[in-house]
Design a protein around this ligand. Structure first.
Ligand SMILES: NC(=O)c1ccc[n+]([C@@H]2O[C@H](COP(=O)([O-])OP(=O)(O)OC[C@H]3O[C@@H](n4cnc5c(N)ncnc54)[C@H](OP(=O)(O)O)[C@@H]3O)[C@@H](O)[C@H]2O)c1
Length: 367
């Protein structure tokens, strides 16, 4: 089965500047072409300096790992009016609080990053929390953005929504061909529901919301506490501690045979900001690096960068997760010119350096 909204409505501005299929509503908003910064000569003619100073940008989850990178990206674009929020400001699982956030800040652009996320361990320990928290946050943010006539909302999905046995590379049209890998299905389905909601809202109400799916992220500022860490911070922490303690071996979950793609967090932020500037369609878009690495090779690379020379033992009683993950990055490049730039070894080295210099901060977050 294919994605159901391909080419249906609310197309991005085609060459020549004429839009097709605009849905109803949002009569008072800036026109889509203007919101996208598009010109009569085509879709990618945005001048960054023109786009960002004019807009009030609200970043939910703006204090998180990806949120911090998005804030760096906004600062480098000289975005003048940025509000970055955490759960302490508004609990977005609460409809009233979400409405209040929109009433108070009246954003022109919302980048919705707030979520409850974690690696396989967190997904196994708290599947119900990850399902409901993410479903509620996404549902309320999209709906309040609609009711407040917010000109544009950027929703962040996840490649955990892809079916367990999706052909590699994952193309966006494979999203609905099967059920996700069991360990992350509640999280993946809750996120995917937001794609359905935004496409339905686009069709029925003309709401301009877009949906991006970053692959596994890594980089400075990530969470290293074992309750919530993803594979790269978990492995870095393990190798750094083993190196310090001069341990003879480390134990790693799974078989090492599963493979993953990783995107440096500032590259992901760049993709999000390019999409905010240029992309205005309802079709989901992958953000990836187009490089895939077996976990076994990842462990040896991290061990080498850290200086750990002991043995690596595999705990095969623990799950591997999805067998392979790599997304097709073609749509992001075609639609808004995104291409990942940071070399993987270089990105890993920066992450290890950051972890060594910021241990307490890196391990503090347990949510
Ligand atoms: N990390 C990855 O590998 C990855 C990959 C693909 C997609 N994503 C997506 O990228 C987005 C950001 O992820 P991240 O890794 O940056 O996560 P993160 O570091 O855990 O940050 C999550 C942010 O959401 C906020 N938040 C959590 N619960 C909230 C609530 N109930 N109300 C309001 N705010 C709440 C947190 O605020 P507090 O800290 O104050 O609670 C924090 O600012 C998420 O949508 C995630 O699904 C992440």
């Amino acid at each position: 089965m294919e994605g159901r909204r391909r080419g249906a409505t609310w197309n991005p501005v085609p060459a020549g500047g004429q839009r097709h299929g605009d849905a109803q509503g949002f009569h008072n908003e800036r026109s889509l072409a203007d919101a996208a910064g598009a010109t009569a000569s085509g879709t990618l003619a945005v001048t960054m300096s023109g786009f960002w100073p004019d807009r009030k940008v609200l970043v939910t989850g703006g204090t998180g790992f990806l949120g911090s990178a998005v804030r760096r990206g906004l600062a480098s674009r000289s975005a003048g009016r940025v509000v970055a929020l955490s759960s302490a400001d508004y609990d977005l699982r609460d409809r009233e609080a979400t409405a209040q956030m929109f009433d108070t800040h009246a954003p022109d652009l919302v980048i919705h990053l707030a979520a409850r996320v974690g690696g396989i361990g967190a997904n196994q320990a708290r599947p119900a929390d990850l399902y409901l928290d993410n479903l509620l946050m996404g549902t309320y943010v999209l709906e309040e953005a609609r009711l407040h006539r917010t000109p544009k909302t950027v929703m962040i999905g996840t490649i955990c929504s892809y079916p367990k046995f999706t052909p590699v590379p994952f193309t966006e049209d494979s999203l609905w061909t099967g059920y996700p890998e069991e360990t992350n299905a509640p999280y993946g389905i809750a996120k995917l529901a937001q794609l359905v909601q935004l496409q339905a809202n686009r069709d029925q109400h003309g709401q301009n919301a877009i949906y991006l799916m970053p692959t596994n992220l890594y980089g400075p500022g990530d969470k290293f506490h074992p309750d919530v860490s993803h594979v790269i911070p978990a492995l870095i922490k393990k190798c750094v501690e083993a190196h310090e303690q001069q341990a003879g071996h480390i134990v790693v979950w799974g078989t090492g045979k599963a493979s993953r793609e990783f995107l440096y967090v500032d590259d992901a932020a760049e993709g999000i900001l390019l999409a905010a500037e240029h992309y205005n369609a309802g079709e989901p878009v992958n953000l990836g690096s187009n490089e895939e690495m077996p976990i076994g090779e990842l462990v040896t690379t991290i061990a080498e960068l850290v200086g750990f020379e002991g043995e690596i033992e595999w705990d095969r009683t623990k799950p591997d997760g999805q067998p392979r993950r790599r997304v097709d990055p073609g749509r992001a490049e075609k639609e808004f010119g995104f291409k990942a730039e940071v070399d993987f070894r270089e990105g890993l080295a920066r992450t290890i350096d950051w972890y060594r210099a910021n241990r307490a901060e890196a391990e503090a977050r347990t949510e």
